[in-house]
Design a protein. Structure first.
Length: 290
């Protein structure tokens, strides 16, 4: 008798659990165990009534322009957050302070303009970060990912970036995949260390054929690693305007120092001659008096 009742009891418990989840599911979203999916619902704001035990939250393809840090902090167990194809801007600093368990974060196809240290510094468990297809993203601070030491997959493709400091990615010990394609890279001498790191690292660069220089005109459309030797030669053998200014300044200083030294030597010689002649005249006067 007990064996026949047990499956029925489990089914009832499951149905009750599903019913309770349905009550807490946000409007226009679908919910299942530990997951809330609000894809393509034309949401203007972050949804309310998200179950507090949610592990996976999908907000893709909406019109959300702001992620409230307080509401997010209630989702302390969240590990997966997909916000691609929204209207998120540059006000994300300290937004993720309460979701320290987050492992996967997709912010691609948004309106990000910069990434600072405060943007992702609290995501100590982050493994995958996608911030590609943000055409207004023009700056990533040097230490932007200093706390994201578990980061393995980073994608900054198809943004407005022209430069990325080598230490920003070189100091990520677990990085294995880095997307850099279709950006506006300015291949000057400041980028030489980055090219060298690309050649020597074990990181995989997907879509490598489209990781090309945008400027200067002489290097336009050339693959970034391929210009490393050419850039190294030009950077080590050519002088730039600031170099000429520096050399002129050094030459002027040397000339000025030499002129001052010669003038001082002349003054000292004149003073010596004056004192010497006065001494001789005094001696002659003394001899005449005697």
């Amino acid at each position: 008798m007990s064996s026949s009742v047990r499956p029925w009891s489990l089914s009832l418990m499951f149905l009750l659990g599903m019913a309770s989840e349905g009550i807490n599911c946000p409007s226009r979203c679908s919910c299942q165990y530990l997951e809330v999916n609000c894809t393509g619902q034309q949401l203007q704001e972050f949804p309310v009534d998200i179950p507090l035990d949610t592990r996976q939250l999908i907000l893709a393809a909406n019109n959300v322009s702001y992620l409230p840090a307080v509401e997010l902090s209630f989702l302390a167990d969240l590990v997966y957050l997909d916000c691609r194809k929204n209207l998120l801007g540059d006000d994300l600093d300290f937004t993720f302070i309460g979701v320290a368990k987050l492992v996967y974060l997709d912010l691609s196809f948004n309106n990000l303009t910069q990434v600072t240290f405060s943007t992702f510094s609290h995501l100590l468990s982050l493994v995958v970060l996608k911030i590609s297809d943000n055409p207004n993203l023009v700056a990533i601070e040097k230490d932007a990912f200093a706390n994201n030491t578990w980061l393995r997959h980073l994608d900054v493709s198809r943004t407005g970036l022209t430069f990325l400091d080598t230490s920003t990615v070189r100091d990520l010990p677990n990085l294995r995949l880095l997307g850099l394609s279709d950006n506006l890279w300015h291949c000057n001498c400041s980028f030489l260390d980055f090219f060298t790191w690309m050649m020597e690292s074990n990181v995989h660069f997907p879509d490598a054929d489209n990781i090309t220089c945008y400027t200067p005109a002489g290097l336009h459309a050339l693959r970034m690693p391929a210009v490393e030797a050419q850039l190294r030669f030009s950077c080590l053998t050519q002088l730039y305007k600031q170099d000429y200014v520096f050399l002129c300044l050094i030459g002027f200083c040397i000339f000025f120092a030499g002129t001052m030294a010669a003038w001082l030597a002349g003054v000292c010689a004149v003073i010596y001659e004056v004192h010497a002649s006065k001494g001789e005249e005094e001696e002659e006067e003394e001899e005449e008096e005697e």
